[in-house]
Design a protein. Structure first.
Length: 484
C-alpha cells in the first residue's frame, strides 16, 4: 500500500506541484456544479465559469499525464457538456463516453398541480393583505404588534415570490378577516399515505425528493390544479456519463505504448462475462479468417490445426449496468430482478435469445456501399458466437450489489459521511481499463477515497487529492481497511 498517497488541499493548488508526465491515468469524480445537497464544494459558478474551471484543472492533469494517458471523469447530465468542453479546450482528445445506468435514483421534481394550489392560496392571502394595507394602513410595526418576530418580512409578503409561513399567517389571519372556509377551497384531499423509498446510505425520499417516512398522495383542489395534475419538472435520474479523454500520443499508438506504457485500453481485463470457446478441430481453422473488428472479441488463434482458443468474455461496451439494490445496499436481484431494475428492463425489451454453439461461425450478408459509387453489392460477414442464452443485458458489463454504492461501502467516521460515493466495483473496472500493470492513477477529487481503494485492490499506485478536511478520515478508513 506504499503506492497510495493522499494530499490535502485544493486540486488547483496541488496539481502544479506534481512532476510532468508522472502518472499513467486520471480517474476522478469531480464536482458537477449542481450545489448537490447544498454542498459548497459542488458549486463553482455559472456555466462559463464552470467550463473554465474544468479547463484549468484538466490542463494540469494533461501536464502530469504521460503521453497517451487517459482521463476518465464523471459528470452530471445537466452540466456534463460544459465539463467536456473544458477538457477539450485543455488539450485532450475526446475519445468516447461511458454511460453508467442504475436503478436507485429518485426524481427531484416539482409537483406542478400542488404548486398551482399553493400559488392560488398565496394569491388569496396577498390580496387580503394588500386590501388591509390600502384601507387600514397596516405596516411592519403592525406585524410586530401581532407577534410576528421580523417586521421586515412585511414587504416580502406583498410580493409574488414570497408568502407568510403558516406559523406567521395564523397570527395575522383573524386580523385580516380571512375565514377558514375561504382557505378550505385550496386544501387538497389526502387520498392515501405512502411510504417513501430509500436509497442506500441516504434518507427516506418522497416522489419529489422530500424526506420523511411517509408522504401524502393528494387530489387537486382547484380547476387549474386539476388541469395540470400529473405534471412535473424533472425525470428520474438513472444514468451518469463518464467522459473518456486521452492526452495526445507521441507518434503512433504502437510507438507510444512501447515508449510510455500508455495510450491503449486494457480490453481483456474488462471483458463482459466469463464464457469460453474452443477452436474448430478439423481442417484449417475457419476462425483464422475472421478479423478482430468483425468478431468483436478476442481470439488467440494459431496456425496449428485444432489449437484451442479461450475467450474470457465479450468486448467491453461504453454502457455499464447496475442491478437494483435493497435499502441496506444488498443485491435485490440475486434471485431475479425487481421492478425498475435496468437489467430487467433491458432484457424484457430484447427478449431471451440463444447464440449458436460456441466457436461456430455465423455468416451474415452485409450491404457494402461507397460514397462515390453507391451500392457495390453484398459481402459475407462472419461472426464467431459464444453459445450462451439470455437477454441483451449479457452484452454489457454488470455490477451486482452496486446500484449506487451500498451502505457498507460508504465509510462514516464521527458522524461524517460523503454524499456522492461511487460503487467500488465500478471504480475497479474503470481504473483497470485505462491503467497499465503497476501504473499510477491520479484522482484530483478523492472524496471518500473510492478510487484509492480500487487502485489498492487492483495493484496500482494512486495519488488522491482532497480539499475538504472532514473527508480525510473517510479516506484513512478505506486505507486502513486495505491494510487490515
Amino acid at each position: 500500500m506504499d503506492g497510495l498517497r493522499v494530499l490535502h488541499g485544493p486540486a488547483e493548488l496541488l496539481l502544479p506541484a506534481l512532476p510532468p508526465s508522472s502518472v499513467d491515468a486520471v480517474v476522478t469524480d469531480p464536482p458537477y456544479n449542481l450545489a448537490f445537497m447544498g454542498k459548497s464544494w459542488d458549486s463553482v459558478g455559472g456555466p462559463a465559469a464552470f467550463a473554465e474551471w474544468c479547463r484549468l484543472w484538466t490542463a494540469e492533469c494533461l501536464r502530469v499525464l504521460k503521453p497517451g494517458g487517459h482521463l476518465l471523469a464523471f459528470g452530471g447530465t445537466r452540466t456534463y457538456h460544459r465539463m467536456v468542453c473544458g477538457i477539450e479546450d485543455a488539450g485532450f482528445e475526446i475519445r468516447d463516453s461511458v454511460t453508467w445506468l442504475y436503478a436507485q435514483g429518485f426524481p427531484k421534481s416539482l409537483d406542478v398541480s400542488k404548486a398551482i394550489d399553493r400559488h392560488q392560496l398565496g394569491e388569496l392571502r396577498r390580496a387580503k393583505l394588500m386590501h388591509f394595507v390600502q384601507h387600514r394602513g397596516a405596516n411592519a410595526q403592525w406585524l410586530v404588534n401581532l407577534g410576528v418576530a421580523d417586521g421586515r418580512s412585511f414587504k416580502d409578503w406583498t410580493t409574488e415570490d414570497h408568502a407568510p409561513s403558516e406559523q406567521n399567517w395564523v397570527l395575522v389571519r383573524d386580523a385580516l378577516g380571512v375565514t377558514p372556509e375561504e382557505e378550505q377551497a385550496f386544501e387538497r384531499e389526502v387520498l392515501v399515505k405512502k411510504r417513501s423509498g430509500r436509497t442506500a446510505g441516504m434518507q427516506l425520499l418522497g416522489p419529489s425528493g422530500i424526506s420523511g417516512g411517509t408522504y401524502d398522495v393528494t387530489a387537486p383542489a382547484t380547476d387549474a390544479a386539476r388541469q395540470w395534475d400529473g405534471w412535473g419538472t424533472a425525470l428520474k435520474p438513472a444514468s451518469e456519463p463518464i467522459v473518456v479523454a486521452r492526452k495526445p500520443l507521441f507518434g503512433t499508438v504502437a510507438a507510444n505504448v512501447t515508449e510510455h506504457g500508455t495510450g491503449a485500453l486494457n480490453i481483456d481485463a474488462c471483458r463482459t462475462g466469463a464464457e469460453k470457446r474452443v477452436n474448430n478441430a478439423g481442417g484449417r481453422s475457419s476462425l483464422q479468417r475472421v478479423s478482430r473488428v468483425q468478431q468483436g472479441y478476442r481470439d488467440h488463434v494459431t496456425t496449428s490445426v485444432g489449437a484451442s482458443s479461450e475467450v474470457t468474455g465479450r468486448w467491453p461496451t461504453n454502457v455499464v449496468l447496475s442491478h437494483a439494490a435493497t435499502p441496506d445496499g444488498e443485491d435485490a436481484c440475486a434471485d431475479g430482478c425487481v421492478d425498475g431494475c435496468p437489467v430487467a428492463e433491458l432484457d424484457a425489451q430484447s427478449g431471451i435469445t440463444t447464440a449458436s454453439a460456441p466457436g461456430s461461425i455465423v455468416r451474415r450478408r452485409a450491404r457494402v456501399t461507397d460514397a462515390m459509387a453507391g451500392t457495390l453489392g453484398h459481402l459475407d460477414r462472419a461472426e464467431v458466437t459464444y453459445g450462451d442464452t439470455g437477454g441483451a443485458s449479457r452484452f454489457f458489463p454488470m455490477f451486482r450489489y452496486q446500484a449506487k454504492a451500498p451502505t457498507r461501502e460508504r465509510p462514516k467516521v464521527d458522524g461524517v459521511a460523503h454524499s456522492t460515493v461511487k460503487p467500488l466495483a465500478l471504480m475497479r473496472w474503470l481504473v483497470r481499463l485505462v491503467t497499465p500493470p503497476g501504473g499510477t492513477v491520479l484522482d484530483p477529487f478523492a472524496g471518500s477515497g473510492t478510487t484509492l481503494e480500487a487502485c489498492g485492490l487492483e495493484g496500482f499506485g494512486c495519488i488522491g487529492i482532497e480539499r475538504e478536511a472532514e473527508y480525510l478520515p473517510l479516506i484513512q478508513h478505506r486505507l486502513d481497511r486495505l491494510r487490515g
